[in-house]
Design a binder for this molecule. Structure first.
Ligand code: PLP
Length: 353
């Protein structure tokens, strides 16, 4: 029997692990890489893959970094962790906190986080403070709080988060046998694009790949500080996980873009929804809107002058669609039909249309 030992154990030689680091795990990582059947071929790309990060234990890639950050917190004998969150960081922090006996405190922008994510933090028993302000406001408060109280900050400014998230790049190279030509990825606080680039560079330096991918990051048009070159005070987008006006890893994202000869561009909410619906209806993949931004961006690449013929592309589908039932309900075109429970009634209905 094959027992998957978790990310820290699997990639320990590439992670900041000491002899005192506990090899904790909720089974994070080891996520599927699935070949596109329609979206890639529709623009002449036969080798488009989706990295299904929604298959992580709490339904987003945040678990990769959280396991490392929490291992570190335990190693340092911390008893409390804290984060500001658009939702997924709080879900992940509270899950690992619950499992390893840490008290979790999460600050979320009131009324702004997707229902599924909020319910996760509640289920795992975190203390939840809804602040009247944006994610950026909540994050500024958390940064001040950790100056005063002895709590481990587990936002992606925590270097262990970034380190843990590198493992997704390792998995892609391990699966494909080589780095892809392009990575398409949503950009919010910009920790993940930073991690992927670091991860690909690490593997390259260790001779695990002979190429490096170009990093293609996408922000929502209403929350595009990096693309516009200035902070956005009132970010607006349907993709709540990337609704961020002042990214913590702004400079590192620019570095990833420039070193990789990549780009960071925008996608509109309409383009995000189009990709979101195509993913579920054509590919059978239900991701959250922020994740669909990666695919919306992929679909823009020909217009941005990128030649995709014979190229291998991986779109990072960062989170699970079940997290945001409000968006999926609003976008649904399927109506539920009411029918009596006998077979005659069902047949009659099916014959009518
Ligand atoms: C956190 C998150 C993002 C954005 O990642 P950053 O590291 O903040 O750029 C995108 N999609 C989902 C589902 C997320 O949870």
């Amino acid at each position: 029997m094959f027992y998957y030992p978790g990310l820290i154990n699997r990639y320990k030689e590439y992670l900041p692990v000491t002899e005192n680091t506990p090899f904790i795990s909720l089974g994070e990582g080891n996520t599927p890489l699935v070949l596109s059947t329609t979206i890639g071929p529709s623009i002449g790309c036969e080798k488009l893959f989706f990295k299904l990060e929604g298959c992580n234990p709490t339904g987003s890639f945040k678990d990769r970094g959280m396991v490392m950050a929490v291992a570190r917190a335990l190693e340092q004998k911390k008893t409390r962790i804290v984060c500001a969150s658009t939702g997924n960081t709080s879900a992940s922090a509270s899950a690992y906190g619950a499992r390893y006996g840490l008290k979790s405190l999460v600050l979320v922008p009131a009324g702004e986080i997707a229902l599924g994510k909020l319910l996760q933090a509640m289920a795992y028993g975190a203390r939840i403070l809804a602040v009247d302000g944006s994610f950026d406001d909540a994050f500024a408060t958390v940064r001040s709080l950790v100056e005063i109280m002895d709590m481990e900050l587990v936002n992606s400014v925590n270097p262990y988060r970034i380190e843990g998230q590198k493992t997704a790049a390792f998995e892609i190279v391990d699966t494909l046998g080589e780095a892809p030509d392009f990575i398409c990825i949503p950009v919010g606080n910009a920790g993940n694009i930073t991690s992927y680039w670091d991860g690909f560079k690490t593997y390259y330096e260790h001779g695990k790949s002979v190429n490096l991918p170009r990093m293609m990051g996408f922000q929502a048009a209403g929350a595009a500080p990096i693309v516009n070159g200035e902070k956005v005070d009132d970010p607006e987008t349907i993709a709540s996980a990337i609704k961020i006006g002042n990214p913590a890893s702004w400079g590192k994202a620019l570095k990833a873009r420039d070193e990789s000869n990549g780009l960071i561009d925008v996608v509109t909410d309409d383009q995000i929804i189009n990709a979101y619906l195509r993913l579920s209806r054509e590919e059978g993949i239900f991701c959250e809107p922020a994740s669909a931004a990666a695919v919306a961006g992929f679909l823009r690449l020909p217009d941005l002058g990128v030649d995709l013929s014979d190229k291998t592309v991986v779109c990072i589908l960062t989170g699970n669609g079940l997290k945001d039932p409000d968006v999926s309900e609003k976008q649904a075109t399927v109506e539920i039909e009411i029918v009596d429970h006998d077979v005659e009634s069902v047949l009659k209905l099916l014959q009518n249309h």
